[in-house]
Design a protein around this ligand. Structure first.
Ligand code: NAD
Length: 306
């Protein structure tokens, strides 16, 4: 049984994530922290009242004191502003960098042995800044983004093919932004290449639509962003750590020579187990992947220098 998981930020993603974790894990302590007075506590009370239906024994705490995360095995950061209509991911950087770096200082003090999962956007830059601020091994600082993008690709492929969605395994790597790399050539239906089930124009359509899926949702919601699929993608990642499953999940991590780049973070396929990232999987770089990674490397550096 895993001991303690904390979620910092009890908004849309954080509260839905808490609910999924109660459904998935036999957990001793679940802590929700939010700066907004009463929010985390109210969400915790509401979650407690699901006990009869789900049957968990977890002690749930809602708090505005970040010190309540003390001794956590896993800490998830969902605190910060979501992207709103007209906002780019880089507009978010200024606001959310200050928030998550402040949180990183507290995690280092209160939960120095934890595996840290970051959800807040702009994801890859925040993985980079949080990892620097924490000083933890990079394998313990993991960004959830490419797993969501891959799930979104699965949905779009399903809509074209109507094959069993649970048997579609899609892969998106690269930055968690419109420059992501949907890799249909590595996406499968059972063991068969998914490209056998899609016409070239359908392949083009799903690849291009997935890169804008987050924006497509924000354009409709206006003042908030997606949270059902993001919270489930995050629960899947957290459960893989908690249950030591050794699952292959694409996540954002600081790279150190892998994919031909260093000192930047982006989504790559990784084996996930109890200590975080057990292994980074390198897939061969064709010309398209290499160009995207090189261009991204340059733009990432501009953001981290300024
Ligand atoms: P939200 O506004 O519903 O919730 C964010 C919460 O963070 C708020 O309740 C706010 O009070 C809290 N908060 C702010 N500063 C804090 C601090 N210092 N300590 C504790 N809590 C603090 O937003 P949301 O929809 O839950 O999204 C949260 C973040 O996740 C956003 O940055 C969003 O862009 C990002 N997101 C990422 C992905 C992904 O795939 N990586 C997907 C969806 C959302």
């Amino acid at each position: 049984m895993i001991n303690k998981i904390s979620i910092i930020g009890a908004g849309s993603v954080g509260s839905a994530l808490a609910f999924h974790l109660l459904n998935k894990l036999d957990l001793k302590d679940l802590v929700l922290v939010d700066v907004l007075p009463g929010l985390a506590c109210g969400i915790a009370y509401d979650l407690e009242d699901t006990r009869q239906f789900i049957g968990f024994r977890t002690q749930i705490t809602g708090s505005h004191r970040i010190s309540d995360i003390a001794g956590s095995d896993i800490v998830v950061i969902t605190a910060g502003k979501p992207r709103q209509e007209g906002m780019t991911r880089s507009d978010l950087l200024k606001i959310n960098r200050t928030i998550v770096e402040g949180i990183a200082v507290e995690i280092k003090k209160n939960a120095p042995e934890s595996v840290v999962v970051i959800v807040t956007n702009p994801l890859d830059l925040l993985v980079y800044f949080v990892q620097k601020r924490l000083g933890f091994d990079r394998t313990r600082v993991i960004g959830m983004g490419a797993g969501l993008d891959s799930a979104r690709l699965t949905n779009l492929i399903y809509q074209k093919t109507t094959v069993d969605p649970a048997s579609i395994h899609s892969l998106v790597i690269g930055p968690h932004s419109k420059d992501m790399l949907p890799l249909l050539e590595y996406s499968k239906y059972n063991n068969l290449p998914i490209t056998d089930f899609l016409t070239p124009s359908e392949q083009e359509e799903v690849s291009s639509r997935v890169t804008l899926r987050g924006k497509e949702i924000v354009d409709q919601l206006k003042s908030r962003s997606a949270y059902f699929a993001p919270s489930l993608a995050c629960a899947d990642l957290v459960a893989s750590i908690a249950l030591d499953t050794h699952s292959l999940i694409p996540v954002s991590v600081c790279l150190d020579g892998e994919y031909g780049v260093s000192d930047i973070a982006m989504g790559v396929p990784c084996i996930i187990s109890k200590d975080g990232i057990e292994k980074i999987i390198e897939i061969p770089l064709d010309a398209r992947i290499k160009k995207t990674v090189d261009d991204y490397n340059l733009s990432f550096r501009q953001c981290t220098i300024s």
